[in-house]
Ligand binder design. Structure first.
Ligand SMILES: [Zn+2]
Length: 102
């Protein structure tokens, strides 16, 4: 068993677990009930933790979560539509004007 990551929010850690499980990785949580005892912002020591049961899944699990973090934290740079030339904000996956995918 190996710890993959921890998060201050049970919602976040649940999201990661679902992500791994949808990829067929056997993942489970630790500390999932402790955070609420301490308060709204738990100490890192008692943050909910995400573990994989099989050490061989660790690298892939880590990669999946890192990719997910990147997507959530950086909406990306503005991009210019190749079809109509409109400027689009990074979080849009398709041109707002003509619908062409980025
Ligand atoms: Zn366009």
């Amino acid at each position: 068993m190996k710890k993959v990551t921890s998060a201050s929010s049970i919602v976040t850690i649940n999201h990661y677990r679902n992500l791994l499980q949808s990829e067929g990785i056997d993942a489970f949580l630790k500390n999932e009930n402790l955070g609420s005892i301490v308060g709204e912002i738990p100490f890192p020591e008692v943050w909910p933790e995400l573990w994989v049961r099989n050490d061989l899944d660790y690298d892939r699990a880590k990669q999946l979560i890192d990719t997910d973090k990147l997507i959530e934290e950086s909406p990306g740079e503005n991009w210019k539509c190749g079809k109509c030339g409109e400027e689009n904000e990074g979080q849009f996956a398709a041109c707002w004007s003509c619908g062409k995918p980025a």
